[in-house]
Structures are given as structure tokens and as C-alpha cells.
Design a protein around this ligand. Structure first.
Ligand code: IFM
Length: 419
């Protein structure tokens, strides 16, 4: 055998015989590591992304967030991504990125700008939007309420006001009666616990309260509101699939008793209590997963631009807990702020790997919708955080697909991930 020569100047080269041996060992090792793994998702799996009206539409001036912006308490959303006008373009992008579903929300303040006055022009607008989704081959998921309240409703005290549930049910019924035939999947409320916590306990969102009793009250009112809307929709159109978009957190603890108790309590209070109360009023569960909270010392984890820990296994833990509800599950949001786009591809793949694992263990996950299709208005943080698969130029409203979106597109098209 003719011995191979060492690379010149190599410090680890012992002699010409050990070099090939070392290289072979390294090759074997790296082969073992890189053994390709193909994870096939179930047939008919839904792939897409999510947006919400106030965060992308622009031009909304009559809700509690615009009022708070006028008072200087939160940043203004202004024209946002102008998706009110550019929705066709957005859906075209989504389709060209391999998506087969899309979740968006309807702005209550547009539909009912004054108490009891419904605007059929806006119904017609959303009719066109939903028809356009279908025309683009995107299965619509429609959220009826995603955080923002019409001024008139907020001024009366929002969901804590005496007739709040009745108003909410009336609005939802009005929309579903007119647009129900255009979508199979309807989400009543987005992230009720976050709404309750940010608005009523932390005081960071309208109505900027810090009152633990109101926080609990609001959470309870929202469960009842969901149940009533569920019944209303079922009475109007029994075949529609109705659910919630529930943001669940992965709570863990070290072995200390107090920490274990804290984690158990929070898991019940934040994740399960709401779902238990609506368990007979849901056809599917929409899971939004972003957060990991460990009681006791936490491992060092990579972080998103928001400083949020990236913990993909958490989605698996949270999914396993949903098994007891025996309902199909759609991941209605999961994503990160990543302006440089250097973490997004791995983020998506790692979460999908754990979702795949949950499916193998019998969890009925039927879709994954990334948050968000576009960079958009991130509530109290304004336009700083970049969650989008697609960048939006705030001046020209031009859209630019990020490289990670193309990687995600491949997964969507092939219905599988390769590692
Ligand atoms: O932007 C929000 C969205 O409105 C609800 N879920 C979490 C997203 C990221 O914070």
C-alpha cells in the first residue's frame, strides 16, 4: 500500500501510516452521525402559516389598541403590512411556498364598528379574502377574535361588562351566518390566557389592569364565551369544526418539592384549566407553542431575538398532555423572532421532529402553521421583532421571501423532513 501523505503543516500528523487510519475513523464516526433520517408526516397533513387582522391588515382605527396608541401607551400599528389590500399577493406567496393552509382573523371592529351596527361592506371584504384563500388552494382557519376589541365594546368594560358574552356571541353568529360556508375551521378565541394575563394582570396591554381577581374573572368569562359561541355556531352550521387557539407553556421543575408543586400548579392553571372547562365544546384543539418555563435552575438554551428560550422538546411535552381530550390537534402557531434568519430553519425542523415523535406516540396532530407568514406588528413591541417567513419593507410594502421560508417550503411540498 502506498501510504498517503499528511497535509502539510498538520499538527496532528504522527506519521504517514496513522493519517489514513485517523481519517477512516473520522469518516466512520461522521457517517454514523449523519445517517439520513426521513420523517414522513401523515397524508393530508396541513402546512402553512398564521397571521392576525390587526397585526397585518393596516388601516384599523376604531379598536382598543388604536385608542391606546393615541394615548401613547403602545406603538401604533398604522398601515401594518397593508394586507387588507394586498391579501391576494400574500396568499400567492404562501401558495408558492408550498403551503396548503392559512390561518387569519376577522377584525370585530370592522364588522361591528358601533354597537348593533354591522357593516356588510366588510363582510363582503372578508368574503373575498376567504374565497381567495380557497382559490389559492389554502384551507382557511378563521379566528373570530384575536385580542383587539371594538372601541364601543372596550368602553363598556370589555369582557367584564354585564352583557359582554351576549355581544360577542352576536358578533360571531353574524359572521358565521354570512361567511360560514367559506371555511371549515373556526377558532373562537386566540390565546385567552395571554390576553387575560397581559391585559389584566401584567398591565401591558389594553386595558392595562393589574388585578389578579379580574385576571381570573376574564379567564372564566372567556371559557363561557367560547362555549356559547361554540353552541351558536353549531346551531347555525353543525358541520363546521370549531376550536380554540390555546397557547400552552412547557412547565418543568427540578426535584425540589416546592418547585415541583409550582410547576404542577402552573401546568394546571395555565394549560389545562381552560381546556377542561371547554372540553365538551371543541372539535379540535389549536395549540400555540412558544414558551418553556423551568422552576429551579434551567439549562442554557439558545434564544430568539425576543430573548425567549428555544426548547423544541417542549412542544412534545405539551402535546402529550393533550391526548386526554381525544381531539385532533393543529399547531395553530409556533415561531420565533429571528431578524438574521439564522435560527429559523433549525427551529422549524427541530419542532417538527418532536411533533413527529408525538404523532408516533399516538397524538393526533394534523397540521402545522408557522407564526408568521409576514413580519408584522408584534403588539407592545411594535415592528421590531421579525417573525416572518417573508420580510416586509415598511416603506414600499414589498415582500421578500427569507431563505428559511424556502427550506420550510420543501418540507411542506414533500410532506416530510430529512435530517
Ligand atoms: O404575535 C403573537 C400573536 O398575536 C399571538 N401568538 C404569539 C405571537 C408572537 O408573540
Amino acid at each position: 500500500m502506498v501510504p498517503r501523505t499528511c497535509p502539510r503543516g498538520s499538527t496532528w500528523c504522527i506519521n504517514n501510516y496513522t493519517y489514513p487510519v485517523i481519517i477512516n475513523v473520522m469518516r466512520k464516526k461522521s457517517k454514523a452521525k449523519l445517517k439520513p433520517q426521513v420523517l414522513n408526516f401523515p397524508d393530508g397533513f396541513l402546512w402553512g402559516a398564521t397571521t392576525a387582522s390587526y397585526q397585518v391588515e393596516g388601516g384599523i382605527e376604531n379598536n382598543d389598541w388604536t385608542q391606546a396608541a393615541r394615548e401613547g401607551k403602545v406603538p401604533p400599528a398604522g398601515i401594518a403590512c397593508d394586507s387588507y389590500n394586498l391579501y391576494e399577493k400574500d396568499f400567492y406567496f404562501a401558495k408558492s411556498l408550498g403551503h396548503n393552509t392559512h390561518r387569519l382573523s376577522i377584525e370585530w371592529a370592522r364588522i361591528e364598528p358601533e354597537e348593533g351596527r354591522f357593516d356588510d361592506k366588510e363582510i363582503e371584504h372578508y368574503r373575498k379574502v376567504l374565497m381567495s384563500l380557497t382559490a389559492h388552494g389554502l384551507e382557511p382557519f378563521v379566528t373570530l377574535w384575536h385580542f383587539t376589541l371594538p372601541d364601543w365594546f372596550a368602553q363598556r368594560g370589555g369582557f367584564l361588562a354585564p352583557h359582554a358574552k351576549t355581544y360577542f356571541v352576536r358578533y360571531c353568529g353574524y359572521v358565521v351566518e354570512r361567511l360560514g360556508e367559506l371555511a371549515n375551521y373556526w377558532i373562537t378565541i386566540n390565546e385567552p390566557m395571554f390576553y387575560a394575563s397581559n391585559g389584566y394582570s401584567k398591565g401591558q396591554w389594553p386595558p392595562f389592569e393589574k388585578n389578579i381577581f379580574d385576571f381570573i374573572n376574564i379567564a372564566n368569562v372567556l371559557t363561557m364565551s367560547h362555549n356559547l359561541v361554540y353552541e351558536k355556531i353549531k346551531s347555525l352550521r353543525p358541520s363546521l369544526q370549531v376550536g380554540i387557539a390555546k397557547n400552552n407553556i412547557c412547565f418543568e421543575s427540578n426535584k425540589k418539592t416546592l418547585n415541583r408543586l409550582a410547576s404542577k400548579f402552573m401546568n394546571y392553571f395555565w394549560n389545562l384549566r381552560f381546556l377542561n372547562k371547554i372540553s365538551r365544546h371543541q372539535d379540535f384543539i389549536g395549540l400555540n407553542y412558544y414558551f418553556y418555563k423551568k422552576f429551579g435552575s434551567k439549562p442554557r438554551l439558545p434564544k430568539s431575538d425576543m430573548g425567549w428560550d428555544i426548547y423544541p422538546k417542549g412542544i412534545y411535552n405539551v402535546l402529550l398532555q393533550l391526548k386526554k381530550y381525544h381531539k385532533p390537534i393543529y399547531i395553530t402557531e409556533n415561531g420565533l423572532a429571528d431578524a438574521k434568519d439564522d435560527k429559523r430553519e433549525k427551529f422549524i425542523k427541530d419542532h417538527l421532529r418532536w411533533i413527529y415523535q408525538a404523532i408516533q406516540e399516538g397524538i393526533d396532530v394534523r397540521g402545522y402553521l408557522y407564526w408568521s407568514l409576514l413580519d408584522n406588528f408584534e403588539w407592545a413591541h411594535g415592528y421590531g421583532p421579525k417573525f416572518g417567513l417573508i420580510e416586509v419593507n415598511p416603506k414600499t410594502m414589498g415582500r421578500k421571501v427569507r431563505p428559511s421560508a424556502r427550506k420550510y417550503a420543501k418540507i411542506c411540498r414533500e410532506n416530510l423532513i430529512k435530517f
